[in-house]
Design a protein around this ligand. Structure first.
Ligand code: ATR
Length: 273
């Protein structure tokens, strides 16, 4: 039986083991998938021990995605663009790093929610690891403009520079939000919701057709999505669908089979697995 794991800190409440076990049952693939708590200081050792014990694939979650990027010997182009790794694939004696977060988000928005992202004026709030992981995929999905705002302006500038599409990507200050007009897609990629808060956002961001997405799910998504509802956003979407889709993409990288995600998504939403 092949061994898989998700590494994070904390990681006890990760849904990834349940998702991958459900995918395994569905596709008839026998696998062991566990959650391994690893603080950043000991992550490299924990990963080496996992490989020595037969680990062949790993998901990486907060706060280890940039460390995983550094530990990978080779990386996919999309991981390099994102500067983050959420999926490790054992190749011989080394790890290959990839990121499936961005395609996971886009697949959830386009396939599950039937949103057409092409031509959308988009606001990305946050410029940390989560924002970096999804920004390249949003550009690939055809958003017309991507405005990036962040509490620490230098990080918004750095993300915009790294994306390398100055005609499309525009860093802005939080203080400018009131004069930036309406957006068709607003994505909260900050971790503020994990402390139960949300950055102060003006009503003027919301137009007749604005969809709002929080990359987190559960309690952490509540503050921003409550703001979105109160201000008349049309779609109000949390990150649970993205979580399932990034897992499916990782599963396919490891097993060469694409699992069906709808049943697993429904079960998770109903808190049934
Ligand atoms: P993650 O991997 O979840 O993105 P991160 O890399 O630590 O974690 O980034 C957290 C993001 O949330 C950053 O954009 C951070 O803004 P700063 O770069 O200024 O730190 C943002 N963030 C966290 N708490 C916030 C708050 N209370 N208000 C606004 N932004 C916040």
């Amino acid at each position: 039986t092949a061994r898989y794991a998700v590494f994070g800190h904390p990681v006890a409440h990760s849904l990834s083991p349940r998702i991958h076990q459900a995918f395994g049952r569905q596709t008839g693939i026998d696998l062991v998938y566990e959650a391994i708590d690893a603080p950043p200081a000991t992550f490299a050792d924990a990963l080496a021990a996992f490989a020595a014990a037969g680990g062949t694939g790993a998901n990486i979650t907060l706060p280890l995605k940039t460390l995983a990027y550094d530990l990978a010997s080779t990386r996919s182009e999309r991981a390099t663009r994102a500067g983050a790794v959420n999926t490790l694939v054992r190749r011989g004696e080394t790890w290959h790093g990839d990121t499936t977060d961005g395609v996971g988000l886009v697949r959830d928005l386009t396939d599950r929610r039937s949103l057409d992202l092409r031509g959308r004026r988009t606001l990305l709030i946050g410029a940390g690891g989560a924002a970096r992981s999804v920004a390249p995929a949003l550009l690939d999905a055809g958003v017309s403009e991507l405005y990036v705002v962040n509490r620490t302006p230098a990080r918004a500038d750095a993300l915009a520079d790294a994306l390398g599409e100055p005609g499309v990507v525009h860093p802005r200050y939080f203080e400018q939000l009131g004069e930036m007009g309406e957006f068709e897609l607003i994505i909260n990629a900050t971790s503020a919701g994990r402390d139960g808060s949300v950055p102060a956002l003006p009503r003027s961001l919301v137009g007749m057709r604005t969809d709002a997405v929080d990359l987190s799910y559960g309690e952490a998504a509540v503050p921003f999505l409550a703001w979105a509802r109160a201000h008349g956003c049309q779609g109000v979407i949390d990150g649970l669908g993205m979580l399932v889709e990034q897992a499916a993409e990782s599963f396919e990288l490891w097993h060469g089979v694409r699992p069906e995600t709808d049943a697993v998504f429904d079960a998770l939403q109903a808190r049934n697995i």
